[in-house]
Design a binder for this molecule. Structure first.
Ligand SMILES: CC(C)=CCC/C(C)=C/COP(=O)(O)O
Length: 282
């Protein structure tokens, strides 16, 4: 082992002295190019070194950072410990660890045998109240029954908002592909394939967006307005209690649903647009 001084000078110079046989971990600078002597050990010039690095899939993952041993044996970059933890990386990992721990602790209705398992049926009722199908069916039915132009305008825009929510959440889930908590039992009714993923919670986005929609477009007495807010909060909270989601899935879901409503306002279908749409149908 080199002395700490030797190691730190190697680190400063950006060299990568990772040895074979007894694997020795050394510091590696992630934001500096390897020094010329290392490139010479890898090949006669930087281009050759890069070509060599592309020989195996392991090396292909990080050009210029594969390492050489004392005996000339090349080690894949995975065998070297990169000690360059960023504050953001540490904060992110810590948040995820807290999220996993908290979500597991709060998943008290995740199954019948869990500590609050007896209230699971009630939580599943709350789940249904925020599911897409009752909302889509309810909005479509009210639209069919509505005989005022203003009512039809609001309900058609609500339908548009609900479809927009399904699309945006589906895309987000497909991109992030976060797994649901291990303690979740996948016994939800009527799901899409992307609903196998966890981030963000579709119930939370829908609850936040619909709550804003209702508060903006229905004339409700103060107690009812409070009830709408409580319902939306409870739908989100029940996702964690049921073990369906991590806390961050729901928190982001609320955030996303809140902003989705702004998008709905921007895309609002006016009576003029609706008239021309109806005209095209006839
Ligand atoms: C089938 C339809 C119309 C909607 C699916 C609604 C659904 C099951 C969303 C998943 O919500 P979470 O992401 O909160 O689990």
């Amino acid at each position: 082992m080199p002395s700490p001084k030797a190691r730190s000078s190697a680190a400063r110079s950006g060299s990568v002295p990772c040895t074979g046989g007894n694997v020795r971990y050394e510091f590696i600078s992630l934001n500096r190019a390897p020094p010329p002597q290392l490139l010479q050990r890898q090949g006669s010039d930087p281009t050759t070194a890069r070509l060599r690095a592309s020989e195996s899939p392991n090396r292909r993952r990080g050009s210029g950072s594969s390492t050489s041993s004392a005996g000339g044996q090349q080690l894949p970059e995975e065998d070297c410990m990169k000690l360059n933890p960023s504050i953001v990386g540490i904060a992110f990992s810590s948040l995820l660890a807290i999220d996993l721990w908290l979500s597991k602790r709060l998943g008290v209705c995740a199954c019948e045998d869990a500590s609050w398992g007896s209230v699971r049926p009630l939580m599943k009722l709350v789940e249904i109240s925020g599911h897409g199908i009752p909302w889509l069916a309810g909005a479509a039915y009210c639209l069919y029954k509505s005989d005022s132009a203003a009512g039809q305008e609001v309900l058609l825009n609500l339908l548009m908002a609900l479809f927009l929510d399904l699309v945006l959440v589906g895309v987000m889930k497909a991109v992030v592909r976060r797994r649901r908590p291990a303690h979740n039992r996948m016994d939800m009714f009527a799901t899409f394939s992307v609903d196998g993923y966890s981030f963000p919670s579709g119930h939370a986005t829908r609850a936040a967006m619909c709550a804003r929609f209702l508060l903006a477009h229905l004339v409700l007495a103060a107690p009812l307005r409070v009830l709408v807010l409580l319902w939306a909060t409870f739908v989100g909270f029940s996702r964690v209690l049921l073990g369906r989601h991590h806390v961050t899935d729901v928190a982001f879901g609320f955030f996303m649903g809140y902003w989705q409503y702004n998008l709905v306002e921007m895309l609002w279908l006016s009576p003029v647009v609706l008239q021309s749409m109806i005209g095209q149908l006839h």
